[in-house]
Design a binder for this molecule. Structure first.
Ligand code: ASP
Length: 448
């Protein structure tokens, strides 16, 4: 039977999809400014080419792609986490896994925002931007700490799954898996079923990844065809500074932390993160990217699923280093724009609030701005300041989401290595996981 295997690797195809979308979208933006739309009529209907392409084709394909990714999140987290906890032979290991993961997630977020604040104080991006209040940004309420803790425990697990409340789903799945491990024969029987379900869901993930070049293309084309560039002028310093700190964290802090705490080769990790990073970039959501992050951690980085199934979903909810970086720079920026001085205690408060805020908020597009409202309130800065930066936030959101998921995988590697749950050969094999990513139709015939 002839092979359907493409000569290009999936990573290259996804990358090409992203670049092509960026180009087509930018081209459409230039060609179809308000005056220059091409209209034609079919069956008496007046159709605008711009609407047909951007809202119609790209919009529909992109949204279907995002929905399909999200569709997998709850089943994937539930099934893999039940398998993961059920397979832990030593129950105390669960506590250790949780302790190490949370410590690393919180620690790396604190480091991220500290670097961001330090660089923002040195560069002073807000000086010279004399924008005054009068903007009307409506801040959404960020949750308080007690509420976050209580909110982790679902009163109704089906409701938690239906609403996609990941912390609640995690708690329920862990308890379910622990009970299964303690339930003797009944647990063993169900364990086999869950393992099979896990294999099938992971297959769905790979099928979806094979369609990703088209999905990524559509998302990027729509975004770049509609993005307003007008606000970039005044905010160029702020924008560039956030980008630079994101790069510093991803390419300097992460490698150093990974090397120091696990001895692993950081370049290998960064290289293997490319696919997941592009997914994060084009979806702007750590939650939607979760199936791909999980696939990267297990198949490419060699993190055993007993660790990945816990650490990665947890990270997609509570670990947001990239978001914390934006908040650090934004706080200093807004303080400078409104001519307000922040004391050392204020900065410490910013670090603390931003780190804690990231625990209670899910990784979805734009959530960073909601967390920023909470941070600004803590240090008495005007929340309307958010309206200043909102115009350039979309591109930053995309980039910081890639950083957020890179952090999730790095922590998973460190925790797995320390627990003896990392397959070093897989980690060091540059081609690991690539075979599983190829989906062939003949597999369907073989088993069908
Ligand atoms: N979009 C980010 C994420 O999902 C969160 C944010 O920074 O707004 O990780």
């Amino acid at each position: 039977m002839s092979s359907t295997q493409s000569k290009l690797s999936l990573t290259s195809r996804i990358f090409i999809g992203m670049l092509a979308g960026l180009l087509v979208g930018s081209l459409l933006q230039v060609l179809f400014d308000d005056s220059g739309d091409f209209r034609f009529s079919v069956l008496g209907l007046d159709i605008s080419t711009h609407t047909l392409l951007v809202e119609g084709i790209f919009g529909v394909v992109g949204q279907i792609f995002i929905n399909s990714l999200k569709m997998l999140v709850v089943p994937l987290v539930f099934v893999s986490l039940v398998c993961g906890t059920n397979s832990l032979t030593d129950p105390s290991k669960l506590g250790r896994l949780a302790g190490k993961s949370i410590l690393l997630y919180v620690g790396t977020t604190a480091i991220a925002i500290t670097i961001a604040i330090a660089l923002a104080i040195v560069v002073a991006p807000g000086e010279g931007v004399n924008m005054t209040a009068g903007t009307n940004y409506q801040a959404s309420q960020a949750p308080g700490l007690a509420q976050v803790i209580i909110g982790m425990f679902p009163s109704n697990p089906i409701d938690a799954m239906a609403k996609g409340n990941m912390l609640q789903v995690i708690v329920f799945s862990v308890l379910f898996g622990v009970a299964m491990a303690m339930a003797g024969k009944a647990g063993e029987r169900l364990g086999v079923l869950f393992e099979d379900l896990n294999t099938i869901i992971m297959k769905l993930v790979t099928i979806l990844m094979n369609l990703a070049p088209w999905g990524v293309f559509a998302l990027m084309a729509k975004l770049f065809a509609t993005m307003g560039w007008g606000t970039f002028g005044a905010l160029v310093k702020y924008f560039l500074l956030v980008m630079v700190v994101l790069a510093v964290h991803a390419f300097i802090s992460y490698p150093i932390i990974l090397k120091l705490l696990s001895g692993l080769n950081p370049l290998m990790m960064l290289k293997k993160m490319r696919d997941a990073a592009i997914f994060g970039f084009s979806t702007s959501s750590s939650s939607a990217t979760l199936p791909v992050t999980m696939e990267t951690a297990t198949n490419k980085l060699g993190v055993k699923s007993s660790v990945a199934s816990f650490t990665i979903p947890l990270g997609s909810t509570i670990n947001m280093d990239g978001t914390a970086i934006m908040q650090g720079v934004a706080t200093v920026f807004i303080a400078q724009v409104f001519n307000q001085d922040l004391s050392l205690a204020d900065y410490l408060m910013v670090i603390l609030t931003a780190t804690l805020a990231s625990i209670g908020t899910a990784g979805v597009p734009g959530v960073g701005l909601i967390m920023l409202a909470m941070v600004l309130q803590q240090v008495n800065l005007p929340v309307e300041g958010i309206a200043l930066i909102i115009g350039v936030d979309r591109l930053l959101d995309m980039t910081r989401t890639s950083v957020n998921i890179t952090g999730d995988c790095m922590v998973a590697c460190i925790v797995a290595k320390s627990e003896g749950e990392l397959d070093i050969d897989t980690y060091n094999d540059p081609d690991a996981g690539l075979k599983q990513e190829d989906v062939h139709l003949e597999d369907f015939h073989k088993h069908g």
